[in-house]
Structure formats: C-alpha cells, structure tokens
Design a protein around this ligand. Structure first.
Ligand code: DGY
Length: 320
C-alpha cells in the first residue's frame, strides 16, 4: 500500500503528480471551517503532511498517530513544535535556498518603497493631489551609499547584502549567531554586536528566524538605540518584534519609518495602529511569493516528503 500524504495548500499539478508517483495524495487547497473536519479525519491515516503555516503542535499530532514526516513549503519552521516531533520520531523539513533571491528582491522593494515613500506618492497621484511641482514635503531619503544593518546573515541575508553592495554601494553591518565569512569576503560585510548595528545603521533589516531566543528581540530598548533617521525593515516574523514598542517608536519619532512584510497576527487586524501611519509601508507576508519561487518551494517540499516516505534521508531534514 502506498503511503498517504496530505497536501494542505494549493500547489501546481506537477507537484501533485510527482508525489503521486509513489504516494497516495489527499489535497486540500485551503483549510477552512468547511474543509477542517475532513482534514482531521484524514490525519488519522496520514504518513506525510505538506504545506505551510499550520500549527504542528501536540493537539494536531495526537490526531495523526501514523505520521512519519512533516514538510513545510517555507524556510521558516516556527509553526512546528520540534520537541513534540522529536519525541514521536517524526521527521521535519523546510525549503531553504530556493527562495533567497526572491525574498531579497522583495526586501529591496520595501526598503526603496519606504525610503522614497512610493505607496504614499502613488496614492497622491491617483487621488488627483499632484497639483504643482513637488516640494520638500514629498522628499524621501537616499538608500545608496547608506549603512545597512542586517540581523540574520543566512541565505536571504546574504542575498540582500549582495544587492546592497553591488547595486547600491552600501556599507554593510551584520549581526548573526556565527560569523559569515562569505558575506564578509564577497560583500565587505562587517560583523558587529547587535547594539553597534542598531546605533550605526541607516536601515535595520531584520531577517532572523523566530525562535525562543529571538522572540521580541527588537523592542523599546532597541528602537531607542537606533538613529532617529533609521528605517526599520522586518522580513522575518512578526513576533521577533515588540509591535507596541514599534508603534510607539514610530509615533514619537524615535525612528523615521518602517517597512513590514510580517506581523504578530497574520492577517493583520484592519484596525491595527500600524495601518494608520503614513511612515509605515506594509505587505501581506509576500517575501517569497512569486510563481517561480513558490513552485520551486512546493517541488522541494515534495522531494522531501517522497524521500522521507521511501526510506531515504530528505534533503532538507531539520536537525532537532
Ligand atoms: C518562509 O519561507 O518562511 C517565508 O516567510 C515565506 O514567505
């Protein structure tokens, strides 16, 4: 009998066909009130789970006694309770590397959009408020030749550094758990303490994974250390930042502006104070969201699930 894989997001039909060569596939294009009851029924006999965002916790795992592998279609895996998975001998995988350039492009997009106030200017033109040659009120700030501080110099951080170094002549500071010699040699990136990075950077770009150690790592104290002209960019996870402290820092002028792809609660509540601020540019967690990259991520997750259920070591096995 073929092992059973539940795919709980919409993926390209080629991805499903690939898994179907060796596994039975049950596909839920979305999980919502209508589909959850059947999803929970299917969990009981599932061997593999593939998708992103679902909380893989004790309650869910209790419903899946036959599960052997959980494959995220994302590089982040903060949705998984790794201790529970380890205790049950269930493998877990993610999709690193294939998204690095796409996320770095997105981060440069939001850096430029925030610095040059592009969404605000777009609205101004479309609302018919462009009445005369623009005055200082509409000026932005330069990106090129400024200092970019990258917190989390992994694959995505390095791809951001590459763009900053070669494309924008920026000085690059970084803070990471360990030194990244490749980034130092190739992009002239300088390793420094978190506090030094916060004090010296014009752009602070947070790219670290969410772990117990990084939760709320940027809060009141850290915003206080940043330049008043600093622009804060978050492309990691909402929970790495104390959102109330961010609102306060933006309101009081502790920092100049913020560009945010991630929020503590996603989708963000429409009445969230950040959404009323002119100096905040927002995106709905779209770092890796291009057709090409989402296909590669889904195919990589499929490769992981197939390998894991066929007795091989999945290429992106997460080490507990
Ligand atoms: C990831 O892969 O973790 C990204 O946040 C998805 O865009």
């Amino acid at each position: 009998m073929k092992p059973k894989v539940i795919v709980y997001k919409k993926v390209d039909s080629k991805v499903l066909e690939f898994i179907e060569q060796t596994c039975e596939v049950i596909n839920f294009e979305t999980l919502d009130a209508k589909t959850y009851p059947k999803f929970y029924d299917e969990l009981e006999t599932a061997h593999g789970l593939l998708g992103s965002g679902l909380k893989i916790n004790k309650e869910l795992l209790d419903l899946a006694p036959n599960l052997k592998i959980v494959c995220n279609t994302s590089v982040g895996y903060d949705n998984m309770n790794l201790e529970e998975l380890a205790a049950r001998g269930i493998m877990a995988t993610n999709t690193p590397d294939v998204l690095n350039d796409t996320v770095a492009d997105t981060m440069f997009g939001i850096i430029l959009a925030t610095a040059r106030r592009i969404p605000e200017m777009d609205q101004l033109v479309k609302n018919g408020q462009w009445k005369s040659m623009i005055s200082e009120d509409f000026y932005g700030v330069d990106v090129h030749h400024k200092t970019l501080g990258i917190i989390g110099m992994g694959g995505v951080g390095s791809a951001i550094a590459k763009r900053a170094h070669y494309g924008f002549d920026m000085k690059i500071l970084y803070h990471n758990r360990s030194r990244n010699e490749e980034a130092e040699n190739n992009y002239d990136a300088t390793f420094c303490s978190l506090d030094e990075l916060l004090q010296q950077s014009d752009y602070v770009c947070l790219m670290t994974p969410l772990t117990p150690a990084t939760e709320k790592m940027i809060g009141k104290r850290e915003f206080g250390l940043m330049k008043k002209s600093a622009i804060f960019i978050n492309g990691s996870r909402g929970k790495t930042v104390d959102e109330e402290a961010l609102v306060e820092a933006l309101k009081t002028g502790e920092i100049l502006a913020a560009g945010l792809d991630v929020f503590v609660q996603e989708p963000v509540q429409p009445d969230h104070p950040l959404l009323t601020m002119k100096n905040v540019v927002t995106m709905p967690h779209i770092g890796s969201a291009t057709y090409e990259t989402r296909y590669k991520m889904a195919m990589l997750a499929a490769t992981n699930v197939v390998a894991g259920l066929n007795g091989e070591t999945p290429p992106n096995l997460i080490k507990f």
